[in-house]
Write a protein that binds this ligand. Structure first.
Ligand code: SAM
Length: 336
């Protein structure tokens, strides 16, 4: 693949952080309507022509990989709602420089797709799951689909290539406390790393309130009432603090963007399904890559645009600052 190794200078932002990771949204559509993310109805979908094609996505990821980006995570919307996602995985997995190709999914279609995804080269999987109670699962996702998600996880578990599977749970005060024992128990009983993620102001309904954030520290205390935890080292760029159960039974993680922001070590950028580069989840500004791509820009020109955008990466999110202004789009439109 000529050209991909051409941009040997690392991709570094204006604050000296090296960019190693991209989250690629493949669709803004989702088959769930999680309350902390999407409205019950009324979100307008992107038109088919607005979505980047698999070829366009592969080209952009190839350019990024040539600039030192190693980790590629496919997301959405619900990425498995995009037709034939394994075909995209098979186009991305052989790209030189892409050492870590992963998927974030709600798991509802995973029983059908786990095998084809592994065959196409997927090597890491995050499944979102907020409750193990049928009633409460339906309450939070507005879909009665817990059994299908569990079936998806069971199918994924058959592929050691995907292990350890991460199970992500958004923690909301007044809801998640009750879920914690069963989710912690899941991490002990299954080969899943269960991670609690603090609720962020990215919900389309704009109902987020600081008081709704159940912090990782609080959840850790709840777990430790029963099972002591021991912190284990995490990669410097990791979003999660990692803990093992003291008795060795499994692993738990806490992603604490609100109570313990990790912007200083952020090495991520995001590409929306309509080809806009975002340098922060909370960006108010996007950098259009789709138009130049479709107007015939060369790889070198695209790389220059990306480098320029990354130079302007935000120093930090301002969730905890007075006068915080929400991101220009909500989570499902950005790609979580
Ligand atoms: N549909 C896929 C899924 O469910 O994992 C991928 C997209 S989803 C937007 C990615 C992740 O963002 C999920 O783990 C979801 O729970 C999380 N998420 C959505 N809205 C959030 C919010 N307001 N705060 C924190 N996490 C959120």
């Amino acid at each position: 693949m000529p050209g991909y190794a051409a941009y040997v200078d690392s991709l570094t932002d204006g604050w000296g952080r090296e960019i190693k990771s991209v989250r690629v949204s493949v669709t803004d559509k989702c088959n769930f309507r999680c309350r902390y993310c999407m409205p019950a109805e009324g979100l307008e979908w992107l038109g088919r022509d607005e979505l980047l094609t698999f070829e366009e996505l592969t080209r952009l990821v190839g350019v990024l990989a040539g600039m030192g980006v190693e980790e590629v995570r496919l997301t959405g919307g619900e990425p498995l709602a995009r037709r034939d996602l394994p075909a995209l995985v098979s186009m991305l997995s052989p790209l030189p420089g892409v050492t870590d190709l992963s998927l974030t999914t709600n798991g509802v279609l995973l029983d059908r797709f786990a095998g084809p995804l592994v065959e196409a080269g997927l090597r890491r999987l995050n499944v979102s799951l907020d409750s193990l109670s049928h009633v409460r699962f339906a309450e939070i996702t507005r879909r009665d689909a817990l059994d299908r998600v569990l079936a998806g996880l069971a199918e994924a578990e058959r592929y050691p290539e995907l292990g350890p599977i991460k199970v992500n749970c958004v923690a909301i005060r007044g809801f998640t406390e009750e879920e914690v024992p069963a989710l912690a128990e899941l991490a002990r009983r299954k080969p899943y790393v269960v991670r609690f993620i603090e609720f962020m102001p990215l919900d389309a309904d704009e109902r987020w309130d600081a008081d709704d954030v159940l912090t990782g520290g609080e959840i850790r205390a709840l777990i430790e009432e029963r099972w002591p935890l021991v912190e284990i080292p995490a990669k410097a760029s990791s979003t999660a603090r990692r803990f093992r159960f003291a008795d060795g039974a499994g692993e738990i993680g806490f992603v604490n963007p609100v109570s313990e922001p990790f912007c200083a070590s952020c090495d991520r950028i995001r590409l929306t399904a309509d080809g806009q580069l975002r340098t922060c989840l909370f960006s108010r500004r996007e950098w259009d890559l789709k138009t130049p791509l479709r107007q015939g820009a060369t790889d070198t020109e695209l790389a220059e645009l990306i480098r320029w955008a990354v130079r302007h990466k935000e120093l930090k999110h301002k969730i905890n600052d007075a006068g915080f202004v929400r991101a220009s789009r909500s989570m499902s439109q950005i790609g979580g």
